[in-house]
Design a protein around this ligand. Structure first.
Ligand code: BGC
Length: 458
């Protein structure tokens, strides 16, 4: 964008918040829902903090109307949520569960009635257990299974839903699910298998894009929602910027950290090929990759979603290679111990836009805090306000250098934080899990004002 066009957030910016099905819905055994890998994994002693599970979570399945009213009270313009594959296709393929469809229809209608635009994610980690038993991401048939699911979603919901994301954070569902085993299904697979799963997941993404387009009932806006730690330069000197850019798109060694990168997951989707560096580094682990696969994976999409929580500061080293700048003692961090690095919301989108040239949505960003109900009955979360103000300030600046269309705070409400159970609170809405009472935190009121003023004060 040109130097003299400093305008901040576009007028129709999608100010939103996000959740995912298993983290909020509950009702895991109701109305014909099938089991998925998290239903099974969480029941295993010692897997999750406090042996918590998502059986009830925020009971959003029963309380979604109340929750939409809270979204309205916050002035949200958009809500990103995910569909539980096993709620609509209990076995992952074949038999359709009408009651599951009815739930998402009711949620979508309720959102639209309240002028909140739904953004739907197809896969936020709930692999139907029946498909897992048949090999899950290792079975090449998953490409068609996921396609069948995407077709059903398009047929049932796309008359009213315009925005779809296929996969949420493949880095995590492969990396945490199958490389280190901290997440469901808790497997530590051979590295080679994980490359094969990743390739199948990207093909499944491409197949879903095709199905959404073919069966969509309107012109859909389709995207993808990967994650990564961003890189930002220590100074604005050209060489530091170049070093940060290089570090952002470079790849880790072919070990158990390999999934934590941007380009292996995004280059094939947006540029139509895997990065050369990876083809060389990962050579001995790679499955057969055909031209036809790459064509499917790079089926054109309309928007690029990116979940961004933090980043690493990079400078050009004396040896002409990027080097990470160590954080100082006492560097700010969130309750879950993640660093507070607002710069990642300027440099991340800027570098991603430069490389991929697609409109960008920040599909997740946020933090966990040690929130409590105070003596006055309110939930004061100054850290969340401070964090979000800093990050959004950087995103505002990025709007002058990249085409940024929306921001979804993670999360709308406190919820089941995967292996951490209910011990981490990421929401702008406090949930008292004993009573299911919801309380808007101070940040929710603050965010309302940011939305109303389109971020003018940031
Ligand atoms: C995931 C969310 C998760 C959040 C905080 C992202 O990795 O998409 O499901 O709750 O980060 O950990």
């Amino acid at each position: 964008m040109s130097e003299n066009k400093k305008s901040g957030f576009p007028v129709d910016f999608a100010w939103g918040a996000a959740t995912s099905s298993y983290q909020v819905e509950g009702a895991v055994n109701e109305d014909g829902k099938g089991m998925h890998i998290w239903d099974v994994f969480t029941k295993e002693e010692g897997r999750i903090w406090g042996n918590h599970n998502g059986d009830i979570a925020c009971d959003h399945y029963h309380r979604f109307r109340e929750d939409v009213q809270l979204m309205k009270k916050m002035g949200l313009k958009a809500y990103r949520f995910s569909i539980d594959w096993s709620r609509v296709l209990p076995e992952g393929s074949g038999k359709i569960n009408e009651k599951g469809i009815a739930f998402y229809n009711a949620l979508i209608d309720e959102l639209l009635k309240n002028d909140i635009e739904p953004y739907v994610t197809l896969y936020h980690w709930e692999l139907p257990y029946e498909l897992y038993k048949r090999g899950g991401w290792m079975n090449p048939q998953i490409v068609e299974w996921f396609g069948e699911y995407a077709k059903l979603v398009a047929e049932q919901f796309s008359d009213r839903v315009k925005y779809f994301f296929t996969l949420n954070e493949p880095q995590c569902f492969v990396g945490l699910g199958f490389v280190n085993g901290d997440h469901a299904p808790g497997v530590q697979a051979p590295i080679r298998d994980t490359f094969e799963m990743a390739h199948n997941a990207l093909k499944a993404h491409g197949r879903a894009v095709q199905m959404l387009r073919q069966y969509g009932k309107q012109n859909l806006v389709i995207g993808y929602a990967p994650t990564a730690s961003m890189c930002y330069p220590e100074t604005e000197r050209e060489e530091d910027i170049a070093a940060a850019r290089e570090a952002l798109f470079s790849l880790p060694p072919a070990g158990r950290e390999w999934t934590w990168n941007v380009s292996w997951w995004s280059d094939p989707v947006l540029l139509g090929h895997y990065p050369e560096e990876g083809i060389m580094k990962y050579e001995k682990y790679l499955p057969k990759i055909t031209e036809e696969d790459l064509k499917l994976i790079s089926e054109p999409i309309d928007m690029y979603g990116q979940n961004i929580y933090n980043g690493r500061c990079i400078r050009m080293g004396k040896d002409g290679k990027p080097e990470e700048v160590m954080r100082y003692e006492g560097f700010p961090k969130t309750a879950i111990d993640w660093p507070v690095t607002p710069e990642c919301l300027y440099w991340g989108p800027r570098f991603l836009y430069e490389r991929y040239r697609k409109p960008i949505y920040i599909t997740e960003n946020g933090l966990s805090c040690h929130d409590v109900i105070s003596l006055d009955g309110k939930v004061h979360d100054p850290n969340r306000i401070d964090f979000t103000a800093r990050y959004l300030g950087q995103l505002k600046k990025a709007c002058d250098d990249a085409d940024i269309r929306g921001y979804f705070h993670w999360s709308l409400m406190d919820n089941f934080e995967w292996s951490k159970g209910y011990s981490e609170r990421f929401g702008m809405i406090y949930v008292d899990y004993r009573t299911q009472e919801r309380i808007l935190k101070d940040s929710a009121y603050w965010y309302k004002n940011i939305i109303e003023t389109n971020g003018r004060e940031l």
